[in-house]
Design a protein around this ligand. Structure first.
Ligand SMILES: Cc1cc2nc3c(=O)[nH]c(=O)nc-3n(C[C@H](O)[C@H](O)[C@H](O)COP(=O)(O)OP(=O)(O)OC[C@H]3O[C@@H](n4cnc5c(N)ncnc54)[C@H](O)[C@@H]3O)c2cc1C
Length: 344
């Protein structure tokens, strides 16, 4: 079959990889001028800004059973995808940590209680003593309460997006950069002209707003470099206003994120978010005081009114959108489901 894909973000690249692997002819159109990422922040797909946490359990306080189920399925799929990219090292599954200071003990206990109820026996948060926490992660000092979420992990997002593009190219995918898709119709993409295909996918994230009620939810992150700090697992700190996390990257780099603001403002990171996110991170890992702030970035998470993912087939057109805070967690499972349903 001849398949057209609008959007070369996370979903677009995973779809292109999967469908071309099965021998179909795939063309992908994206408004970005090249495979990315660009120097200026906030102008490209959300996938580049994401921390890449794979947190089916920790996110249960703001998701539902479908997201949990799809998230667990993606966690099972990611190692095979990384293997197929020839880069098994970009996916990490050593669990993640949920920590809280004594002052936030009430909120932490309530959250853990909720996760215990929703996650089921197999995926229960495991309480850790302060000593057990220090043994797992020597740089973490300060939090009085900690839990290990054993099934969770993270993906190195930039390395993975580059590798998806490279592997897609090797499999014969045709990428069309600097080509915005104005409309996605049954079996057709309206680029400058109308291009027809056997089947098309609309995976433009917030760029699909003319055809779906999708909105952008602003998120801000920081990239720190701290040669003195070691951290193997994503760490999520209870915070009264933000879901603050620190996610490792290779060579002692760390992503600190993320604010969540109901705004489509893509401008630079605010002073308030800087103070709140970085002081919270420093309170859990004091050695971050000497970290260098390498980069900060804001971007928009694509969200539908119910904040849940949408996978919708309509004749020769499939739309996937609304991955919100869970794109890296959900995309492999949604791509698998879409291909199975279409018998691709
Ligand atoms: C700060 C932040 C932190 C996050 N952290 C996590 C995390 O830890 N874990 C997690 O699972 N998820 C996380 N996410 C969410 C995740 O990044 C998104 O859910 C995911 O990127 C959505 O994938 P997508 O392919 O639908 O959209 P995108 O990745 O946004 O890709 C959309 C693509 O479509 C292109 N496009 C747009 N308009 C057009 C057009 N008209 N024509 C052609 N192409 C177009 C864009 O250029 C882009 O390449 C985070 C997001 C943010 C912003």
């Amino acid at each position: 079959m001849h398949i057209g894909i609008a959007g070369a973000g996370l979903l677009g690249r995973l779809l292109a990889l999967e469908i071309s692997r099965k021998g179909h002819r795939v063309e992908v159109f994206d408004g970005a001028r090249d495979p990315g990422p660009r120097e200026t922040s906030g102008t490209e797909g959300a996938a580049w800004t994401a921390a890449g946490m794979l947190s089916p359990v920790a996110e249960l306080d703001r998701s539902n059973e479908d997201v949990f189920r799809l998230g667990l399925r993606s966690c099972a799929l990611w190692p095979g995808i990384a293997q197929a990219l020839g880069m098994p090292e970009v996916v990490h599954f050593d669990g993640s940590l949920l920590v809280a200071h004594r002052s936030d003990a009430g909120a932490a206990q309530r959250l853990v209680g909720l996760l215990q109820t929703k996650a089921g026996a197999q995926h229960q948060p495991q309480p850790l003593s302060v000593d057990a926490l220090a043994e797992l992660e020597a740089s973490v000092h300060g939090p009085a309460l900690a839990w290990l979420l054993p099934c969770e992990g993270y993906v190195e997002v930039h390395n993975t997006l580059h590798a998806l593009h490279a592997q897609g190219t090797r499999q014969g995918v045709q990428w069309h950069w600097g080509r915005s898709v104005h409309a996605v119709e049954q079996g057709a993409l309206v680029v400058d002209e109308r291009r027809t295909f056997d089947h098309v996918f609309d995976v433009r994230g917030v760029g699909a707003r003319a055809q779906l009620p999708v909105r952008g939810v602003r998120g801000e992150i920081f990239l720190l470099h701290a040669p003195e700090v070691s951290l193997r697992r994503p760490l999520r700190l209870m915070h009264p206003r933000h879901s603050v996390y620190i996610v490792p990257r290779p060579d002692n780099y760390f992503v600190v994120g993320a604010s969540e603001i109901e705004s489509e403002d893509r401008s630079s990171v605010s002073l308030r978010s800087t103070l709140e996110l970085l002081s919270a991170a420093h309170s859990a890992i004091p050695a971050l005081a000497e970290a260098r702030v390498v980069h900060s970035e804001s971007n928009l998470r694509p969200a539908l009114p119910d904040n849940l993912p949408l996978l919708q087939h309509s004749g020769a057109c499939t739309r996937i959108n609304g991955l919100y805070r869970h794109g890296w967690l959900l995309a492999p499972a949604l791509v698998e489901q879409a291909c199975q349903e279409l018998e691709l």
